[in-house]
Design a protein around this ligand. Structure first.
Ligand SMILES: *Cc1c(COP(=O)(O)O)cnc(C)c1O
Length: 461
């Protein structure tokens, strides 16, 4: 076996300082933030793993392209460069630029979903779910059964449950299904990839029942990389070929380009159908911007056009996947379980298992996230009962989430393996004495999108 390290295909040219607070300063900062990491200031954080969205580093080629950005109101050079790249990537003739993914969701669903209809998915992303509901429709998640076994090493736990999808389409509610939307990779369920076999079967079912099939493809390149590694029929194919094969199966796509677009902002809707394009375009012009910029500046379109090329480079995807897998091994060796197998854009810590002394209503995932900040200045997001649990009016937990997880999202091209080793070290210290981690209780919470604005207090330990 070749034991040489896999190198990132770039070196660092411009650096940004990161803050180091003392333990006392971190304690005070977290108390001021109401024990909610979303309320922390970025300059209080040493390693920020809150999100991989819009947080990646750009390249010299992206920044030099940005200098060429054409800011003409209509028909800018930068628009045509962007459009050509998206058409080459997806094969879709109609391309609508939007400022970020959720604007595309709103615009597409307004033309596609009617009140009472269903959107069916392997798992809807949270804003996708919200936009389905805002369109008056209902969101149905049908993850495959393997997704709920956090420890199983099955390669494609992001797949949709095909039997359940067929049953729904053939059953009494089948006529209500307005779209089948496959999220690749499945961000809501452990960053797990979706197999091409699953997408092919979804295509066949959608054709048979006459239902539009769309991709929510924020991580189109990372899904393609994992397909190349894990699905034998695709060994040896390039990420671009596999991504294109996935887009070929669908009728259109939504893409938040803040992820695999390798930029801070941007999104796109891709369509095959001209009439649907016309409906979406009118909405785009009314709410986002003219159809050749859609809420983006010319310099953004230039960075994006270059970003969607760079993200498909096998050397880049290889090193990113290797780096995440290596972090997973370090964390597992320290005695902390992560959702298996490791994906690419994030690792999900099994906080429920690490902190059995905390009940779900004491929010073990949130407690672990807070401890990572207190001990090491690391910020991450809870995906457990605080975020997903059902609560009564007094903010008491009524229905716990199925799992108590913490997501470590890994920004693209930002942190070195030394930074990630530091994260594993801080976790290892917590794992040596997990009982010192205190639980939390809710002090105040808004009625909607609780996790962003909730305020908590530590339970005295
Ligand atoms: C980020 C994301 C979105 C929403 O995109 P924004 O750019 O954040 O508005 C939708 N779907 C998936 C799968 C995402 O990861």
């Amino acid at each position: 076996m070749n034991s040489r390290r896999v190198l990132p295909p770039y070196r660092v040219k411009v650096v940004e300082p990161i803050p180091f607070l003392t333990a006392d300063e971190r304690r005070a900062a977290l108390a001021d933030a109401g024990y909610n990491p979303f309320n922390l200031r970025a300059d209080q954080i040493t390693i920020d793993l809150l999100s991989d969205s819009g947080t990646g580093a750009t390249s010299t080629l992206q920044e030099s392209a940005a200098a060429l950005g054409d800011e003409s109101y209509a028909g800018a050079r930068s628009w045509f460069r962007f459009r050509d790249e998206i058409q080459a990537l997806t094969g879709y003739p109609y391309v609508l630029p939007v400022h970020q993914g959720r604007a595309g969701e709103r615009i597409l669903f307004a033309s596609m979903l009617k009140p009472g209809q269903l959107s069916v998915s392997n798992t809807h992303f949270d804003t996708t779910y919200a936009n389905v509901v805002l369109a008056g429709a209902e969101a149905v998640n049908l993850p495959c059964p393997a997704a709920t076994d956090l420890d199983s090493a099955e390669p494609f736990k992001g797949d949709i449950d095909l039997a359940a999808l067929e049953q729904l389409l053939a059953g009494p509610d089948g006529s209500r299904v307005g779209v089948v939307l496959m999220t690749i990779t499945n961000n809501g369920l452990g960053a797990q990839p979706v197999s091409m076999a699953n997408l092919t079967a979804v295509r066949a079912l959608c054709t048979r029942f006459g239902v539009p099939f769309f991709l929510d493809a924020a991580r189109f390149a990372e899904n393609a990389w994992l397909v190349a590694q894990r699905e034998p029929a695709y060994h040896g194919q390039t990420p671009r070929e596999i991504a294109r094969a996935a887009f070929d199966l669908a009728d259109g796509c939504l893409i938040s380009l803040k992820k695999d677009g390798l930029t801070a902002i941007g999104g796109v809707v891709g369509l095959r159908d001209e009439a649907r394009y016309a409906a979406c375009e009118a909405n785009l012009i009314a709410t986002e911007g003219f159809s050749t910029y859609g809420g983006l500046a010319g310099h953004d379109l230039e960075r994006l056009a270059q970003g969607v090329r760079e993200v498909l480079e096998p050397t880049y995807l290889h090193s990113r996947a290797d780096s995440t897998a290596r972090l997973a091994r370090l964390i597992n060796d320290a005695g902390v379980a992560t959702v298996a197998p490791a994906g690419i854009h994030a690792l999900y810590l099994n906080a429920g298992r690490l902190l059995p002394h905390l009940a779900p209503h004491e929010f073990p995932g949130h407690a672990l996230g807070c401890q990572l900040f207190l001990d090491g200045g690391i910020r991450c997001a809870e995906l457990g009962s605080l975020y997903l649990g059902g609560m009564d009016e007094a903010h008491r937990l009524v229905t716990p989430a199925p799992f108590e997880l913490v997501r470590l999202a890994i920004p693209r091209r930002v942190y070195t393996d030394t930074h990630l080793e530091y994260v594993a070290d801080v976790l290892a210290d917590i794992a040596k004495d997990p009982e010192r981690v205190n639980g939390y209780r809710i002090v105040a919470a808004p009625p909607l999108l609780r996790h962003f604005k909730v305020r908590l207090a530590p339970l005295s330990g």
